[in-house]
Design a binder for this molecule. Structure first.
Ligand code: ATP
Length: 513
């Protein structure tokens, strides 16, 4: 645990030191769970958004984009169920006065049991060596099976109690498990209460005429209310999808994990409208497709897993999370939900407008079903950033800090460095920057010894360093150094564009999907 905490602290401080993420309003001591993306962060975030958008919208001729407003008519949130049901169960510790999400306390308890399973696996692996079969061990070892059974029974009871709104039992479960305040160890808990996560605001000039609004807690509803507009104007035929990226706001009870859980964050959502009855096969399709998208970035296949839901939201008939191994353990990164016709029917009912699809083949109208994929852009940023940050031992007993960002997402694709600040080298280097910047984001750096500049670019995630030296003045060559291998090659200046393109081009990355 201590190790994980240290790693996470390093991630947060590196993000600040290298201009990726700052605390919002820092000069006023910050605003809790609100963050700003700095000069490098904004580029990385844009590249992730773009990588998603291209895979979703550009590569699928039956998916189109949308940019709906953050403010929506207040009835939207009544229809969607957010006014009545967008609650988290909260619990306070009477001694520490700290507030927690009751379900998260129980889930974290289960994570600790899971850590015990991992420990058993490690021990057995050591004992059996090469011959170790992890799958068999997990399905036969009595101690592991006991742990797993305990986790399953706790989570299933939690799921049932939450579904039945039985908050008394959630508290009883916390007490039975002996869960203590993680900060103080106190077990003196209040009752569990529901807390609505939407932020309220007002529209209008005078107090009397002002209309109560909510900041949207998800982008999805902007898509549902525009379903018919897009379908008709785009002459879309089922199955088709509408994709949107944009800000969402949630008054999270516990927001202590940097950009993992924020009060203002960005979502990338896609609602896929389908014929009723086909949701099973589309659920499978989108599960596989989204997992491939994640794996294409090469962060390590073992860092992902599916978590199918026991407790389904009021709108869903099947749901799964793609979980990622963050520095603090496996947690949800993306949700895939089979939402049935819940949303369109609810908006139809509340608006009095028909939101149906006319199927020419069947010659009848019906309400489509919806398959949703929903991922947090900031969470994806954290997954990539934390996974990429490594301390590497070098041969000469030193270490270097490298941010091994997937090259396609790196804020700067190359840095151009004159070996020294004289003899015409800066001029040539600047000319290379001028030339490359039509295609890539490129940095120029002439300060400090070249070794230190390499380290700086490594820590910043820049895949290539291009060094201009005296030899190159004679024959129009430079050396190009690769961030991950540290290998250096002498190449022709005129070939630089193609060499860089080969590694950073979205096409070659997305082709892996
Ligand atoms: P959690 O259980 O972690 O609160 P959720 O199930 O409420 O998440 P969804 O409503 O399914 O999340 O939202 C879809 C995605 O939006 C999540 O998978 C996550 O990546 C992202 N997300 C949700 N809440 C936040 C938040 N407060 N900060 C950052 N990202 C978020």
């Amino acid at each position: 645990m201590a190790n994980q905490d240290d790693k996470f602290k390093r991630v947060i401080s590196h993000a600040k030191e290298y201009g990726y993420v700052f605390q919002s309003s820092e000069i006023y001591d910050g605003l809790s769970a609100v963050y700003d993306y700095a000069q490098n962060g904004v580029e990385l975030k844009k590249n992730i958004r773009d990588y998603w958008w291209r895979a979703m919208v550009q590569m699928n001729d039956n998916i189109v984009g949308l940019d709906a407003a953050i403010f929506m008519h207040p009835t939207t949130w009544k229809a969607s169920g957010h006014v009545d049901a967008f609650n988290d169960p909260l619990i306070d510790n009477k001694d520490s006065k700290k507030r927690y999400r009751a379900d998260v306390l129980v889930e974290d308890y289960c994570l600790k049991i899971e850590a015990k399973i991992e420990k058993e696996v490690k021990k057995a692996h050591k004992r059996f060596g090469e011959a170790f079969d992890k799958a068999e061990f997990l399905s036969t070892n009595p101690r592991v099976l006991g742990y797993q059974e305990k986790i399953d029974s706790i989570l299933s009871r939690l799921g049932k109690s939450l579904e039945n709104e039985d908050l008394v039992d959630v508290k009883t479960l916390i007490e039975e498990l002996g869960i203590a305040d993680p900060l103080t160890g106190s077990k003196n808990w209040t009752d569990v209460k529901q807390f609505n996560l939407m932020f309220g605001t007002k529209l209008g000039a005078s107090a009397e005429s002002a209309m109560d609004l909510h900041l949207r807690p998800e982008t999805a509803q902007g898509i549902f209310v525009n379903f018919l507009n897009v379908q008709k104007t785009g002459r879309m035929k089922l199955p088709f999808g509408i994709a949107q990226t944009g800000k969402a706001f949630r008054n999270e009870i516990v927001a202590r994990q940097f950009i993992f859980r924020m009060r203002e964050f960005e979502q990338m959502e896609m609602q896929f409208f389908i014929k009723p009855g086909t949701q099973g096969e589309w659920f499978k399709h989108w599960k596989a497709t989204r997992m491939k998208w994640h794996l294409s970035l090469g962060l390590g296949d073992d860092n992902y897993r599916f978590h199918d839901h026991d407790k389904l939201a009021h709108y869903a008939d099947a749901a799964t999370d793609i979980e990622f191994k963050f520095p603090f353990g496996f947690k949800e990164l993306e949700g895939i939900h089979s939402r049935t016709d819940f949303d369109l029917k609810a908006h139809e009912e509340h608006s009095g407008k028909k939101l149906q699809y006319f199927d020419h083949e069947e010659n009848k109208s019906y309400t489509p079903y919806v398959l949703e994929t929903s991922i947090g852009l900031d969470r994806m940023f954290l997954a990539i950033f934390s996974n990429s940050l490594v301390e590497e031992e070098l041969d000469n007993n030193t270490t270097r800090t490298v941010l091994r960002l997937p090259a396609v997402l790196a804020p700067f694709k190359a840095a151009v460095l004159p070996l020294v600040k004289k003899d015409g080298l800066p001029e040539v280097a600047k000319q290379i920057v001028e030339d490359l910047k039509w295609d890539f984001n490129v940095a120029y750096d002439e300060k400090d010894a070249v070794g230190r500049r390499y380290r700086r670019q490594d820590a910043n995630g820049t895949p290539f360093c291009i060094t201009v030296d005296h030899e190159g003045l004679e024959d129009n060559t430079v050396t190009i150094r690769h961030r991950d291998t540290m290998e250096q090659k002498r190449v022709k200046i005129k070939d630089l564009r193609e060499i860089i393109k080969k590694e950073v081009d979205v096409r070659s990355w997305l082709m892996k999907i």
